[in-house]
Design a protein around this ligand. Structure first.
Ligand SMILES: NC(=O)c1ccc[n+]([C@@H]2O[C@H](COP(=O)([O-])OP(=O)(O)OC[C@H]3O[C@@H](n4cnc5c(N)ncnc54)[C@H](O)[C@@H]3O)[C@@H](O)[C@H]2O)c1
Length: 263
């Protein structure tokens, strides 16, 4: 008996990276997984690897299409009890160079998409009696990073949306969120292509490396499981210690103390 046997899970952005790893992880625990992505072929490819999964092409920005996909899921597979809002996009450029189109893309995918799925799924999650939502935010939503203003703002709002959901829908539904740091996925391909650029960042991460999609999926799976039965409204940081206060200054401090110790 697996801990998610008989549960139906809806995972957005499931064609790639953390979403694909999460779909695989939840399926391994026995869930029937609806792998949702704007990239329908990619969603189907991930679903086809799994014993009990379907791939669905869906743009989470389209509220009507999201509602229809959630209703279809319930009609086909039965009551929905797990939602992972993972679909997201990033971009790096200074705030004053961001045009309306890019602003709306970053806000609409990362924030409105999360809202659209929560709105459509919550009545079903309540009806299931043991509903769970895990949203994928970012450490950028807690401490904004340079050149990611709309992304950081959207992710901060996802953290607030998570808390609102937990307040309004407990005890039937738990709502939590993960805040990953630097994770090896197509989203961070720039750092992987130019490892020298990443090297100073790597040295500032207490665990000294980028994270893996599976390592975030593991935390998401925990939050989805009954093992997290008394956890709601929380943001779990999965960043190798990157966002510890002053982690980035540690190398300089180590050099300073080395000089002191030499007298
Ligand atoms: N990789 C990191 O370092 C990192 C760090 C912090 C947060 N995150 C967050 O994790 C989540 C997953 O990112 P990832 O690194 O796996 O990236 P990824 O690019 O590998 O996967 C993102 C997926 O979302 C899908 N998607 C994009 N727009 C969509 C839309 N409008 N509708 C439906 N699907 C859409 C993409 O097609 C893709 O399959 C994102 O929300 C991202 O912001 C990632």
């Amino acid at each position: 008996m697996n801990e998610l046997d008989g549960r139906v899970a809806f995972v957005t952005g499931g064609a790639s990276g953390i979403g694909a790893a999460t779909a695989r992880r939840l399926a391994a625990e026995g869930a029937q997984v609806v792998v949702v992505d704007r990239d329908g072929a990619g969603a189907q490819a991930v679903a086809s690897e799994l014993t009990s999964a379907v791939g669905v092409a869906l743009d989470v920005r389209d509220g009507d299409a999201v509602a229809a996909a959630v209703e279809q899921t319930v009609a086909d597979l039965g009551e929905l009890s797990i939602v992972v809002n993972n679909a997201g996009v990033g971009d790096l450029r200074p705030l004053h160079t961001i045009d309306d189109k890019l602003w709306h893309r970053l806000i609409d995918v990362n924030l409105t998409g999360t809202f659209n799925v929560m709105r459509a799924a919550l009545p079903h999650l309540v009806a299931s009696g043991h509903g769970v939502i895990v949203n994928n935010a970012s450490v950028s939503g807690l401490a904004p990073t340079r050149n990611e203003a709309p992304y950081s703002a959207a992710k901060a709002a996802v953290i607030a949306l998570t808390k609102s959901g937990a307040l309004e829908y407990g005890p039937q539904v738990r709502v939590n969120c993960v805040a990953p740091g630097f994770i090896e996925t197509p989203l961070t391909i720039a750092f992987q292509q130019f490892p020298d650029t990443f090297e100073p960042i790597r040295r500032g991460i207490p665990l000294q490396r980028m994270g893996l999609a599976d390592e975030v999926a593991e935390v998401i799976a925990f939050l989805c499981s009954p093992r997290a039965a008394y956890v709601t409204g929380q943001t779990i940081v999965v960043d190798g210690g990157l966002s510890l206060p002053q982690a980035g200054t540690d190398e300089a401090l180590a050099a300073l103390f080395e000089r002191f110790s030499q007298g």
